[in-house]
Write a protein that binds this ligand. Structure first.
Ligand SMILES: [Zn+2]
Length: 457
């Protein structure tokens, strides 16, 4: 029984020299830092002001004008993406994605047409795996069914739409392994309609969506209390059970990219899908089983969101661009660029099949499979009560060895599985890290509501 463990230790020595040379090759960090440095707040401002200039982008607004309404806005967005695609050496394509969907909102027609703008940057070596970044370009005012009145939607959500466009501009000329989709969603305000169409189509096509980021309300830094909140972005993630869902793993990847590449800016992990009573386009991806997160500013100003443009008690109401902080939106764009660049450059996450506490020591043993052609990985762990990974262990420290059928065996010394969460991420030759894969929790049980709750007492 001990022989297996000893052979792990013995063969592990062979990895020491290999891992040391591999670390020296982590070129990807400079590439990501260079991309992040290209994010331009001025371009984000120009996009937001242009989108606001269309008056309203409500799903029922006019589509026959070149200067007003949703039709003009999406044609402008498509042209802006096409200009970016021209820098991609033919790898980026841009299209409208159209569908007619039922709409359940009161005052709305029973059916509405949604039109997303989708820009696809095809991956160089693993195009069937995709990462998605989006914002919603539709807007609304106090009356959710008003397709004519002004609804500038500067922060909600021209800001997120502009972040996705700026991320596309920075990344279009760079080669990455996986595909990146940049999307301006329609119909978010009417029940996440555009993202439902998009997520469903990706699921139907069998695309391996390994991560989705919706940037929604990422442009206001003045709280209703007059304080400035510009040091972090909130990252919401759904979990059907436990804290180690795909979505939470994606949230930690976003947090890692933010910490590493965006100085003086933090990603605040919030372990719930969204704010109370609210929703966003990441929900459509979660519903398809894809890892998805929502980025939103720290403190929303409800005197602007979903409000008619008007003065009220001396306070300017309405979602106007003059009250947006474009420098802040640029920070969010940097987080998005770093996350997308790293994950799309990395291999897909490993597959963990077995996690067990060793029988002869308080060590964790993992059995997992690295993606084809991948030889590097690293191991992470944290206390069950920690939100994010606190410890990283290299292959040399862990003694990862190849087993039969492409399986890898690893032994994390001194890591007592029963008390902690462990995971493993794959690393490309250039050093890009995948999302972390974790073994399932041992106590994933469905819970029965208390009988008094069921009776409504
Ligand atoms: Zn929104």
């Amino acid at each position: 029984m001990r022989a297996g463990a000893e052979s792990i230790v013995r063969i592990a020595c062979a990895y020491v020299a290999f891992a040391a040379s591999a670390v020296a090759q982590d070129r990807v960090h400079e590439q990501i830092a260079a991309a992040v440095a290209e994010v331009d707040a001025g371009r984000i401002e120009a996009t937001v002001r242009k989108l606001c200039s269309f008056g309203t982008r409500h799903i029922l607004s006019r589509t026959d004008s070149d200067t007003e309404g949703a039709g003009a806005a999406r044609r402008w967005l498509k042209a802006a993406y096409e200009e970016i695609a021209a820098t991609s050496d033919g790898r980026m394509t841009v299209r409208f994605q159209e569908a007619v969907l039922p709409c359940l909102r009161s005052g709305m027609p029973r059916q509405v047409k949604v039109v997303n703008v989708v820009a696809t940057l095809r991956g160089a070596s693993d195009p069937g795996r995709a990462y998605v970044v989006g914002g919603h370009y539709d807007s609304r005012n106090s009356d959710g069914a008003d397709g004519e009145g002004a609804a500038p939607g500067a922060v909600d959500d021209a800001s997120g739409t502009a972040v996705a466009l700026e991320a596309a501009r920075v990344l279009a000329s760079r080669r990455v392994a996986a595909t990146i989709l940049f999307v301006a969603y329609d119909g978010e305000e009417q029940g996440l309609l555009g993202s439902k169409v998009h997520a469903q189509s990706l699921a139907d096509e069998g695309v391996d969506v390994d991560g989705m980021i919706t940037c929604d309300i990422v442009g206001n830094t003045t709280g209703m209390d007059g304080e400035t909140y510009d040091g972090y972005v909130r990252c919401f993630s759904y979990a059907p059970t436990g804290n180690d869902s795909f979505g939470r793993s994606m949230a930690r990847a976003v947090s890692r990219a933010g910490r590493r590449y965006v100085d003086g800016f933090d990603v605040k992990l919030i372990y719930r899908g969204d704010r109370y009573g609210r929703g966003g386009d990441h929900r459509s991806f979660f519903d398809q089983g894809f890892p998805a997160v929502r980025l939103t500013e720290p403190r929303e100003d409800f005197s602007r969101q979903h409000q008619n443009v008007r003065p009220r008690n001396g306070v300017p109401y309405g979602d106007l661009p003059d009250y947006a902080d474009f420098g802040y939106s640029a920070q969010v764009a940097r987080v998005a660029v770093a996350t997308l660049f790293e994950l799309a450059s990395a291999p897909p996450p490993p597959l963990v099949s077995v996690a067990r506490l060793a029988r002869d020591a308080y060590d964790t043993e993992l059995v997992f499979q690295l993606p084809d052609g991948v030889t590097r990985c690293e191991f992470v762990w944290r206390e069950t009560t920690e939100a994010d990974w606190t410890h990283v262990m290299s292959m040399a420290e862990v003694g990862a060895v190849a087993g039969r059928g492409g399986r890898m065996l690893a032994r994390m010394p001194g890591v007592c599985l029963d008390d902690v969460v462990v995971g493993v991420r794959a690393i490309s030759a250039a050093g890009a890290r995948s999302r972390v894969a974790t073994p399932p929790e041992p106590d994933r049980f469905a819970q029965r509501p208390r009988s008094s709750t069921r009776r409504g007492k």
